[in-house]
Design a protein around this ligand. Structure first.
Ligand code: ATP
Ligand code: MG
Length: 432
Protein backbone atom coordinates (compact mmCIF):
# COMPACT_ATOMS: atom_id res chain seq x y z
CA UNK A 1 0.00 0.00 0.00
CA UNK A 2 1.30 3.48 -0.82
CA UNK A 3 2.27 5.31 2.37
CA UNK A 4 0.17 8.35 3.19
CA UNK A 5 1.94 11.66 3.56
CA UNK A 6 1.06 15.19 4.58
CA UNK A 7 -0.51 16.97 1.59
CA UNK A 8 1.79 19.05 -0.65
CA UNK A 9 2.37 22.48 0.85
CA UNK A 10 1.40 21.36 4.38
CA UNK A 11 3.77 20.11 7.07
CA UNK A 12 3.99 18.68 10.53
CA UNK A 13 5.58 20.82 13.21
CA UNK A 14 7.40 18.64 15.71
CA UNK A 15 9.16 19.16 19.02
CA UNK A 16 11.63 20.67 19.73
CA UNK A 17 10.84 23.16 16.92
CA UNK A 18 7.34 23.73 18.28
CA UNK A 19 8.96 25.20 21.43
CA UNK A 20 10.22 28.05 19.22
CA UNK A 21 6.71 28.53 17.79
CA UNK A 22 5.35 28.71 21.32
CA UNK A 23 7.98 31.24 22.37
CA UNK A 24 7.05 33.52 19.47
CA UNK A 25 3.33 33.18 20.16
CA UNK A 26 3.87 33.86 23.87
CA UNK A 27 5.86 37.03 23.06
CA UNK A 28 3.02 38.16 20.78
CA UNK A 29 0.35 37.58 23.44
CA UNK A 30 2.46 39.42 26.02
CA UNK A 31 2.96 42.46 23.81
CA UNK A 32 -0.67 42.53 22.61
CA UNK A 33 -1.86 42.55 26.24
CA UNK A 34 0.33 45.56 27.01
CA UNK A 35 -1.30 47.46 24.14
CA UNK A 36 -4.84 46.50 25.25
CA UNK A 37 -5.58 44.00 22.48
CA UNK A 38 -7.97 41.09 23.16
CA UNK A 39 -7.91 37.78 21.31
CA UNK A 40 -10.51 36.90 18.67
CA UNK A 41 -10.91 33.40 17.19
CA UNK A 42 -12.97 33.17 14.02
CA UNK A 43 -13.86 29.96 12.10
CA UNK A 44 -11.26 28.66 9.66
CA UNK A 45 -13.86 28.44 6.90
CA UNK A 46 -16.35 31.04 5.80
CA UNK A 47 -18.85 31.77 3.05
CA UNK A 48 -16.84 32.23 -0.17
CA UNK A 49 -18.58 35.55 -0.77
CA UNK A 50 -16.86 37.06 2.27
CA UNK A 51 -13.45 36.76 0.63
CA UNK A 52 -14.67 37.65 -2.85
CA UNK A 53 -15.99 40.93 -1.42
CA UNK A 54 -13.64 41.45 1.51
CA UNK A 55 -10.33 40.67 -0.19
CA UNK A 56 -11.33 41.51 -3.77
CA UNK A 57 -12.06 39.38 -6.87
CA UNK A 58 -9.10 40.95 -8.69
CA UNK A 59 -6.47 39.81 -6.18
CA UNK A 60 -4.22 36.76 -6.66
CA UNK A 61 -5.61 35.38 -3.41
CA UNK A 62 -9.20 35.27 -4.61
CA UNK A 63 -8.61 34.69 -8.31
CA UNK A 64 -6.28 31.69 -7.94
CA UNK A 65 -5.21 30.78 -4.41
CA UNK A 66 -8.37 29.82 -2.49
CA UNK A 67 -9.42 26.34 -1.38
CA UNK A 68 -13.12 26.46 -2.19
CA UNK A 69 -15.74 23.72 -2.27
CA UNK A 70 -19.42 23.36 -2.80
CA UNK A 71 -20.86 22.20 0.51
CA UNK A 72 -23.88 20.01 -0.16
CA UNK A 73 -27.08 20.32 1.85
CA UNK A 74 -27.53 17.63 4.52
CA UNK A 75 -31.23 18.19 5.02
CA UNK A 76 -34.12 19.64 3.09
CA UNK A 77 -33.92 22.72 5.35
CA UNK A 78 -30.35 23.45 4.21
CA UNK A 79 -29.12 25.01 1.00
CA UNK A 80 -25.87 24.04 -0.71
CA UNK A 81 -23.28 26.72 -0.08
CA UNK A 82 -19.88 27.66 -1.45
CA UNK A 83 -17.35 27.59 1.39
CA UNK A 84 -13.67 28.56 1.50
CA UNK A 85 -10.79 27.87 3.88
CA UNK A 86 -9.77 31.32 5.06
CA UNK A 87 -6.81 32.66 3.04
CA UNK A 88 -6.42 35.53 5.53
CA UNK A 89 -8.17 36.68 8.69
CA UNK A 90 -9.03 40.37 8.31
CA UNK A 91 -12.25 39.67 6.39
CA UNK A 92 -13.35 37.20 9.10
CA UNK A 93 -12.59 39.66 11.90
CA UNK A 94 -14.53 42.45 10.19
CA UNK A 95 -17.43 40.06 9.52
CA UNK A 96 -17.46 39.21 13.26
CA UNK A 97 -17.26 42.92 14.14
CA UNK A 98 -20.39 43.52 12.04
CA UNK A 99 -22.23 40.36 13.13
CA UNK A 100 -21.75 41.06 16.85
CA UNK A 101 -22.38 44.80 16.46
CA UNK A 102 -19.09 45.57 18.18
CA UNK A 103 -19.26 49.12 16.85
CA UNK A 104 -22.36 49.88 18.91
CA UNK A 105 -20.26 50.13 22.08
CA UNK A 106 -18.76 53.27 20.56
CA UNK A 107 -15.36 52.00 21.68
CA UNK A 108 -12.36 51.31 19.53
CA UNK A 109 -11.96 47.53 19.13
CA UNK A 110 -8.41 46.16 19.37
CA UNK A 111 -8.41 42.51 18.38
CA UNK A 112 -5.62 40.03 17.67
CA UNK A 113 -5.58 36.49 16.27
CA UNK A 114 -3.13 33.63 15.89
CA UNK A 115 -4.02 30.82 13.53
CA UNK A 116 -3.63 28.88 10.28
CA UNK A 117 -4.50 30.33 6.86
CA UNK A 118 -4.76 28.48 3.54
CA UNK A 119 -3.65 29.46 0.04
CA UNK A 120 -3.10 27.25 -2.97
CA UNK A 121 0.32 28.63 -3.93
CA UNK A 122 3.41 26.97 -5.36
CA UNK A 123 5.09 25.57 -2.24
CA UNK A 124 8.68 26.69 -1.61
CA UNK A 125 10.77 27.86 1.31
CA UNK A 126 8.71 30.34 3.33
CA UNK A 127 5.62 29.71 1.19
CA UNK A 128 3.18 26.97 2.17
CA UNK A 129 -0.43 26.05 1.48
CA UNK A 130 -1.24 25.97 5.16
CA UNK A 131 0.69 28.64 7.03
CA UNK A 132 0.23 30.59 10.25
CA UNK A 133 -0.41 34.23 10.79
CA UNK A 134 -0.32 36.43 13.87
CA UNK A 135 -2.36 39.52 13.17
CA UNK A 136 -4.26 42.36 14.76
CA UNK A 137 -6.94 44.86 13.82
CA UNK A 138 -7.90 48.24 15.28
CA UNK A 139 -11.42 49.09 14.15
CA UNK A 140 -14.36 51.16 15.28
CA UNK A 141 -16.87 53.87 14.34
CA UNK A 142 -15.25 57.17 13.30
CA UNK A 143 -16.35 58.71 16.65
CA UNK A 144 -14.04 56.22 18.45
CA UNK A 145 -11.01 57.81 16.81
CA UNK A 146 -10.48 54.89 14.45
CA UNK A 147 -9.39 57.17 11.61
CA UNK A 148 -6.73 58.94 13.63
CA UNK A 149 -3.16 58.76 12.29
CA UNK A 150 -2.15 58.11 15.90
CA UNK A 151 -3.65 54.61 15.57
CA UNK A 152 -1.50 53.89 12.50
CA UNK A 153 1.60 55.04 14.35
CA UNK A 154 0.69 53.04 17.46
CA UNK A 155 0.28 49.84 15.43
CA UNK A 156 3.63 50.39 13.69
CA UNK A 157 5.39 51.23 16.96
CA UNK A 158 3.89 48.07 18.51
CA UNK A 159 5.20 45.99 15.60
CA UNK A 160 8.70 47.39 16.07
CA UNK A 161 8.52 46.45 19.76
CA UNK A 162 7.05 43.03 18.99
CA UNK A 163 9.78 42.10 16.49
CA UNK A 164 12.44 43.32 18.90
CA UNK A 165 11.00 41.22 21.73
CA UNK A 166 10.79 38.18 19.48
CA UNK A 167 14.50 38.60 18.81
CA UNK A 168 14.10 39.47 15.11
CA UNK A 169 16.95 41.86 14.41
CA UNK A 170 17.63 43.81 11.23
CA UNK A 171 14.11 44.30 9.90
CA UNK A 172 13.10 47.17 7.60
CA UNK A 173 9.76 48.97 7.73
CA UNK A 174 8.61 49.92 4.22
CA UNK A 175 5.97 52.63 4.36
CA UNK A 176 3.65 54.31 1.89
CA UNK A 177 0.23 55.92 1.61
CA UNK A 178 -2.22 54.88 -1.12
CA UNK A 179 -4.62 57.70 -0.27
CA UNK A 180 -8.40 57.64 -0.34
CA UNK A 181 -10.57 55.82 -2.88
CA UNK A 182 -10.82 59.12 -4.83
CA UNK A 183 -7.03 59.61 -4.77
CA UNK A 184 -6.56 56.10 -6.09
CA UNK A 185 -9.05 56.61 -8.90
CA UNK A 186 -7.11 59.72 -9.94
CA UNK A 187 -3.82 57.85 -9.71
CA UNK A 188 -5.18 54.94 -11.76
CA UNK A 189 -6.02 57.39 -14.56
CA UNK A 190 -2.51 58.90 -14.38
CA UNK A 191 -0.98 55.42 -14.43
CA UNK A 192 -3.12 54.25 -17.33
CA UNK A 193 -1.91 57.20 -19.38
CA UNK A 194 1.72 56.61 -18.41
CA UNK A 195 1.46 52.88 -19.17
CA UNK A 196 -0.15 53.24 -22.60
CA UNK A 197 3.10 53.78 -24.56
CA UNK A 198 5.19 51.19 -22.63
CA UNK A 199 2.84 48.38 -21.57
CA UNK A 200 3.40 46.48 -24.83
CA UNK A 201 6.91 45.65 -23.56
CA UNK A 202 5.63 44.30 -20.21
CA UNK A 203 4.46 40.84 -19.07
CA UNK A 204 0.97 39.58 -20.01
CA UNK A 205 -0.29 40.04 -16.44
CA UNK A 206 0.70 43.71 -16.54
CA UNK A 207 -0.97 44.14 -19.92
CA UNK A 208 -4.21 42.89 -18.38
CA UNK A 209 -3.73 44.95 -15.18
CA UNK A 210 -3.06 48.13 -17.20
CA UNK A 211 -6.67 47.84 -18.35
CA UNK A 212 -8.46 46.43 -15.27
CA UNK A 213 -6.52 47.87 -12.31
CA UNK A 214 -3.30 49.73 -13.25
CA UNK A 215 -2.30 50.11 -9.58
CA UNK A 216 -1.57 46.38 -9.46
CA UNK A 217 1.17 46.79 -12.07
CA UNK A 218 3.31 48.10 -9.19
CA UNK A 219 2.96 44.66 -7.52
CA UNK A 220 4.56 42.90 -10.51
CA UNK A 221 7.52 40.68 -9.58
CA UNK A 222 8.83 40.03 -13.13
CA UNK A 223 12.47 41.31 -13.19
CA UNK A 224 12.30 42.56 -16.82
CA UNK A 225 9.37 44.84 -15.94
CA UNK A 226 11.10 46.57 -13.03
CA UNK A 227 13.01 49.23 -15.04
CA UNK A 228 9.70 50.31 -16.64
CA UNK A 229 7.91 50.33 -13.28
CA UNK A 230 10.67 52.55 -11.87
CA UNK A 231 9.78 55.28 -14.39
CA UNK A 232 6.03 55.36 -13.58
CA UNK A 233 4.51 58.30 -11.66
CA UNK A 234 4.25 57.79 -7.87
CA UNK A 235 1.00 57.84 -5.91
CA UNK A 236 2.26 60.52 -3.50
CA UNK A 237 1.70 63.08 -6.27
CA UNK A 238 -1.99 62.09 -6.57
CA UNK A 239 -2.89 62.44 -2.86
CA UNK A 240 -5.28 65.20 -1.83
CA UNK A 241 -4.56 67.46 1.17
CA UNK A 242 -6.44 65.29 3.69
CA UNK A 243 -4.51 62.21 2.70
CA UNK A 244 -1.21 64.10 2.67
CA UNK A 245 -1.85 65.52 6.15
CA UNK A 246 -2.87 62.10 7.49
CA UNK A 247 0.34 60.54 6.20
CA UNK A 248 2.46 63.43 7.50
CA UNK A 249 0.95 62.93 10.98
CA UNK A 250 1.73 59.18 10.90
CA UNK A 251 5.34 59.91 10.00
CA UNK A 252 5.68 62.66 12.63
CA UNK A 253 4.42 60.29 15.36
CA UNK A 254 6.83 57.57 14.23
CA UNK A 255 9.70 60.07 14.24
CA UNK A 256 8.76 61.17 17.76
CA UNK A 257 8.72 57.53 18.93
CA UNK A 258 12.05 56.84 17.25
CA UNK A 259 10.71 54.15 14.89
CA UNK A 260 12.73 54.21 11.68
CA UNK A 261 11.08 53.55 8.31
CA UNK A 262 11.88 53.59 4.64
CA UNK A 263 9.44 55.40 2.33
CA UNK A 264 8.55 53.14 -0.57
CA UNK A 265 6.28 54.92 -3.10
CA UNK A 266 5.75 51.63 -5.02
CA UNK A 267 4.26 49.74 -2.07
CA UNK A 268 0.56 49.44 -2.91
CA UNK A 269 -0.55 46.04 -1.61
CA UNK A 270 -3.18 45.59 -4.33
CA UNK A 271 -6.33 45.08 -2.24
CA UNK A 272 -9.17 47.34 -3.28
CA UNK A 273 -10.17 48.35 0.22
CA UNK A 274 -6.76 49.45 1.42
CA UNK A 275 -6.69 53.19 2.03
CA UNK A 276 -4.01 55.59 3.19
CA UNK A 277 -1.21 53.98 5.23
CA UNK A 278 0.21 50.74 3.81
CA UNK A 279 3.30 48.97 5.07
CA UNK A 280 5.47 45.88 5.03
CA UNK A 281 8.27 44.71 7.28
CA UNK A 282 10.97 42.87 5.38
CA UNK A 283 14.00 40.88 6.46
CA UNK A 284 17.11 40.15 4.43
CA UNK A 285 17.59 36.62 5.80
CA UNK A 286 14.55 35.21 3.98
CA UNK A 287 15.64 35.23 0.34
CA UNK A 288 12.83 35.69 -2.19
CA UNK A 289 10.11 35.43 0.46
CA UNK A 290 11.44 38.49 2.30
CA UNK A 291 8.16 39.93 3.68
CA UNK A 292 7.59 38.98 7.30
CA UNK A 293 4.42 41.00 7.58
CA UNK A 294 2.13 43.30 5.71
CA UNK A 295 -0.73 45.56 6.57
CA UNK A 296 -2.49 48.82 6.23
CA UNK A 297 -5.60 50.87 6.67
CA UNK A 298 -8.92 49.65 5.23
CA UNK A 299 -11.41 52.43 5.87
CA UNK A 300 -13.96 51.07 3.35
CA UNK A 301 -13.86 47.34 4.15
CA UNK A 302 -16.75 47.11 6.61
CA UNK A 303 -19.09 48.89 4.19
CA UNK A 304 -17.87 46.70 1.31
CA UNK A 305 -19.14 43.61 3.15
CA UNK A 306 -22.43 45.17 4.21
CA UNK A 307 -21.51 46.74 7.57
CA UNK A 308 -21.56 50.22 9.04
CA UNK A 309 -18.80 52.74 8.45
CA UNK A 310 -15.89 51.36 10.48
CA UNK A 311 -12.42 52.59 9.56
CA UNK A 312 -9.62 50.32 10.65
CA UNK A 313 -5.98 49.39 10.40
CA UNK A 314 -4.30 46.03 10.82
CA UNK A 315 -1.52 43.70 9.83
CA UNK A 316 -0.73 40.00 9.42
CA UNK A 317 2.67 38.49 10.08
CA UNK A 318 3.84 35.13 8.74
CA UNK A 319 4.70 32.94 11.71
CA UNK A 320 6.43 30.37 9.47
CA UNK A 321 8.73 33.13 8.20
CA UNK A 322 9.44 34.43 11.72
CA UNK A 323 10.54 30.91 12.69
CA UNK A 324 12.78 30.64 9.60
CA UNK A 325 14.35 34.01 10.40
CA UNK A 326 15.10 33.04 14.00
CA UNK A 327 16.43 29.62 13.00
CA UNK A 328 18.77 31.21 10.44
CA UNK A 329 20.01 33.70 13.06
CA UNK A 330 20.61 30.86 15.53
CA UNK A 331 22.50 28.81 12.93
CA UNK A 332 24.71 31.84 12.22
CA UNK A 333 25.60 32.23 15.87
CA UNK A 334 26.80 28.68 16.52
CA UNK A 335 27.22 25.46 14.62
CA UNK A 336 26.23 23.44 17.72
CA UNK A 337 22.66 22.15 17.65
CA UNK A 338 20.37 24.12 19.96
CA UNK A 339 20.36 22.58 23.43
CA UNK A 340 17.05 21.22 24.60
CA UNK A 341 16.14 22.12 28.17
CA UNK A 342 16.38 19.13 30.49
CA UNK A 343 13.64 17.97 32.85
CA UNK A 344 14.01 18.30 36.61
CA UNK A 345 13.94 14.57 37.27
CA UNK A 346 13.55 11.03 35.98
CA UNK A 347 11.83 8.56 38.31
CA UNK A 348 13.17 5.02 37.87
CA UNK A 349 11.23 2.15 39.49
CA UNK A 350 13.37 -0.92 40.18
CA UNK A 351 11.04 -3.66 38.94
CA UNK A 352 7.57 -3.76 37.48
CA UNK A 353 6.07 -4.28 40.91
CA UNK A 354 7.09 -0.69 41.71
CA UNK A 355 5.49 0.91 38.66
CA UNK A 356 2.33 1.95 40.49
CA UNK A 357 4.33 3.47 43.38
CA UNK A 358 6.55 5.27 40.85
CA UNK A 359 3.51 6.81 39.15
CA UNK A 360 2.35 8.03 42.55
CA UNK A 361 5.78 9.55 43.31
CA UNK A 362 5.92 11.23 39.87
CA UNK A 363 2.43 12.62 40.51
CA UNK A 364 3.58 14.17 43.80
CA UNK A 365 6.58 15.80 42.12
CA UNK A 366 4.66 17.00 39.07
CA UNK A 367 1.97 18.49 41.28
CA UNK A 368 4.73 20.33 43.10
CA UNK A 369 5.54 21.97 39.77
CA UNK A 370 8.50 19.84 38.67
CA UNK A 371 8.97 18.49 35.16
CA UNK A 372 9.33 14.72 35.46
CA UNK A 373 9.73 11.74 33.16
CA UNK A 374 8.61 8.36 34.39
CA UNK A 375 10.70 5.25 33.68
CA UNK A 376 9.46 1.69 33.58
CA UNK A 377 10.26 -1.12 36.02
CA UNK A 378 10.94 -3.51 33.16
CA UNK A 379 14.11 -1.50 32.34
CA UNK A 380 17.49 -2.69 33.65
CA UNK A 381 19.12 -0.07 35.87
CA UNK A 382 21.73 0.73 33.18
CA UNK A 383 19.00 1.48 30.62
CA UNK A 384 17.19 3.71 33.14
CA UNK A 385 20.39 5.65 33.77
CA UNK A 386 20.99 6.17 30.06
CA UNK A 387 17.43 7.33 29.43
CA UNK A 388 17.54 9.60 32.47
CA UNK A 389 20.87 11.17 31.48
CA UNK A 390 19.43 12.09 28.07
CA UNK A 391 16.29 13.75 29.38
CA UNK A 392 16.73 14.94 32.96
CA UNK A 393 19.15 16.64 35.32
CA UNK A 394 18.65 14.09 38.10
CA UNK A 395 17.49 10.50 38.54
CA UNK A 396 15.39 9.34 41.50
CA UNK A 397 15.64 5.62 42.19
CA UNK A 398 12.64 3.88 43.70
CA UNK A 399 13.24 0.31 44.94
CA UNK A 400 11.53 -1.77 47.65
CA UNK A 401 13.88 -0.35 50.34
CA UNK A 402 13.29 3.27 49.29
CA UNK A 403 9.55 2.74 49.25
CA UNK A 404 9.56 1.16 52.72
CA UNK A 405 11.97 3.65 54.34
CA UNK A 406 10.78 6.79 52.54
CA UNK A 407 14.44 7.66 51.87
CA UNK A 408 15.14 8.00 48.17
CA UNK A 409 18.38 7.81 46.21
CA UNK A 410 19.01 10.82 43.96
CA UNK A 411 21.85 11.17 41.50
CA UNK A 412 22.80 14.53 40.01
CA UNK A 413 24.22 14.02 36.49
CA UNK A 414 26.07 17.34 36.37
CA UNK A 415 28.11 16.71 39.54
CA UNK A 416 27.99 12.91 39.59
CA UNK A 417 27.04 12.98 43.30
CA UNK A 418 24.56 10.53 44.78
CA UNK A 419 22.54 11.47 47.89
CA UNK A 420 19.81 10.04 50.14
CA UNK A 421 16.79 12.32 50.44
CA UNK A 422 13.66 11.94 52.64
CA UNK A 423 10.54 11.84 50.47
CA UNK A 424 9.10 14.94 52.19
CA UNK A 425 12.11 17.04 51.09
CA UNK A 426 12.46 15.54 47.62
CA UNK A 427 10.60 18.19 45.65
CA UNK A 428 12.59 21.01 47.29
CA UNK A 429 15.93 19.28 46.67
CA UNK A 430 15.08 18.55 43.05
CA UNK A 431 14.12 22.18 42.46
CA UNK A 432 17.47 23.48 43.69
P1 ATP B 1 3.83 37.50 -0.56
O1 ATP B 1 4.15 38.71 -1.38
O2 ATP B 1 5.02 36.92 0.12
O3 ATP B 1 3.00 36.50 -1.29
P2 ATP B 1 1.38 38.51 0.52
O4 ATP B 1 1.30 39.92 0.12
O5 ATP B 1 0.59 37.48 -0.22
O6 ATP B 1 2.90 38.05 0.64
P3 ATP B 1 -0.11 38.96 2.93
O7 ATP B 1 -1.40 38.53 2.36
O8 ATP B 1 0.13 40.40 3.18
O9 ATP B 1 1.07 38.36 2.08
O10 ATP B 1 0.15 38.15 4.28
C1 ATP B 1 0.94 38.68 5.34
C2 ATP B 1 2.12 37.80 5.63
O11 ATP B 1 1.77 36.41 5.69
C3 ATP B 1 3.21 37.83 4.58
O12 ATP B 1 4.04 38.95 4.78
C4 ATP B 1 3.96 36.54 4.86
O13 ATP B 1 4.87 36.69 5.94
C5 ATP B 1 2.85 35.62 5.27
N1 ATP B 1 2.44 34.75 4.16
C6 ATP B 1 1.62 35.04 3.13
N2 ATP B 1 1.46 33.98 2.33
C7 ATP B 1 2.19 32.96 2.87
C8 ATP B 1 2.42 31.59 2.53
N3 ATP B 1 1.85 31.03 1.48
N4 ATP B 1 3.24 30.85 3.31
C9 ATP B 1 3.81 31.40 4.41
N5 ATP B 1 3.64 32.68 4.79
C10 ATP B 1 2.84 33.46 4.05
MG1 MG C 1 1.00 36.15 -1.73
Amino acid sequence: MATLKAVRGTRDLLPPETALWNRIEAAARRVFARYNFGEIRTPIFEDTGLFARGVGEETDIVSKEMFTWEDRARAASEKPQSLTLRPENTAGVVRAYIEHKLGESGQLQKLYYIGPQFRRERPQKGRYRQFWQIGAEVIGPPSSGSESPLRDAEVLEMLATLLDEMGIAGWTLELNSVGSAADRARYNDTLRAALAPVVGKMCVDCQRRAVTNPLRVLDCKVPEDQPIIATLPVIADSLDDDSKNHFAAVKAALDAAGVTYHLNPRLVRGLDYYTRTTFEFTHGGLGAQNAILGGGRYDGLSEAIGGPKAPGIGFAMGLDRLVLTLQAAEADQSSAPPTVAKLDAYVAPLGEGLNAAALQLARELRRAGLSVELGDGSFRLKKSFEAADRTARKIVILGEDELASGILTVKDFATGTQTKVPRGELAEILKS
